[in-house]
Structures are given as C-alpha cells and as structure tokens.
Write a protein that binds this ligand. Structure first.
Ligand SMILES: C=C(O[C@@H]1C=C(C(=O)O)C=C[C@H]1O)C(=O)O
Length: 115
C-alpha cells in the first residue's frame, strides 16, 4: 500500500459548502472532484481494516457490535453538527461497516491460512 496525502486536483482544500455552480457541467465537475476525495478516504479506511485484521488475535473479535453502534452514534452526532442528512449517513455507514467486517474477516483468514 503506497503512502500518500489526499488532495484535490484543482485546489488544495475542499470548499464547504460546495461552490455555487450555474451549469450542470460545472456542478458535475464539482461532484466528480468530491467523489475522488471520498474514494481516497474510503481507501484509507479500508487500510484500517487491514490493520485491524492484523491486530486482532481472535476471529470472534472481528465483528464487534458495540463498536459498530459507537461508530454509528458518533457519525450521526457529527452529521447533526455539519448538516448532513442522518438517513443518508446512517444507511451508508451501516452498509460500509458490514462490508468492512466481511473484508476484515477475509484478510484475517488469509493472513492465517494454514496456521
Ligand atoms: C475495525 C473494527 O472492526 C469492525 C469494523 C468496524 C468499522 O468499520 O468501523 C467497526 C467494528 C468492527 O466490527 C473495529 O473493531 O474497530
């Protein structure tokens, strides 16, 4: 995994709220830039799952329901603070965490294959 910093192609910082656009082409360019940053952040989060699979020494610890609820509660509190819709955030997070748990399980098993 290569180490890198996240940046946008056309500017250093992401504008918040999004730049006001007057055409769909401009707006889609804005959305495309945000998507690239989101995907990079997902990649960083995915890397954390690889570390978790290494740190955890018991397969039963891969799924930690208490931590799942803690993550969801924290992101919902943050969503409320910044004006993100709670339904969007909760749905995406629950789906993403489920994917992450399965991924972590796969990494956990493949790292210990044949043990
Ligand atoms: C990374 C962890 O493993 C799993 C993945 C989580 C996540 O995607 O945030 C949360 C809980 C765990 O079941 C963890 O335990 O923190």
């Amino acid at each position: 995994m290569s180490s890198h910093k996240i940046f946008t192609e056309k500017r250093k910082a992401i504008e918040y709220p999004a730049r006001k656009c007057t055409t769909m082409a401009e707006l889609r360019d804005e959305i495309d830039q945000l998507d690239r940053v989101i995907v990079e952040l997902l990649s960083v989060r995915q890397g954390c799952m690889e570390q978790a699979a290494e740190i955890k020494q018991d397969r039963n610890l891969v799924r930690d329901e208490e931590r799942v609820e803690d993550v969801v509660a924290k992101v919902l509190a943050h969503a409320d603070k910044v004006g993100a819709h709670p339904e969007l955030v909760e749905m995406l997070y629950r789906d993403m965490i489920e994917w992450c748990i399965n991924y972590e399980m796969t990494v956990f098993d493949s790292a210990r294959d044949g043990d």
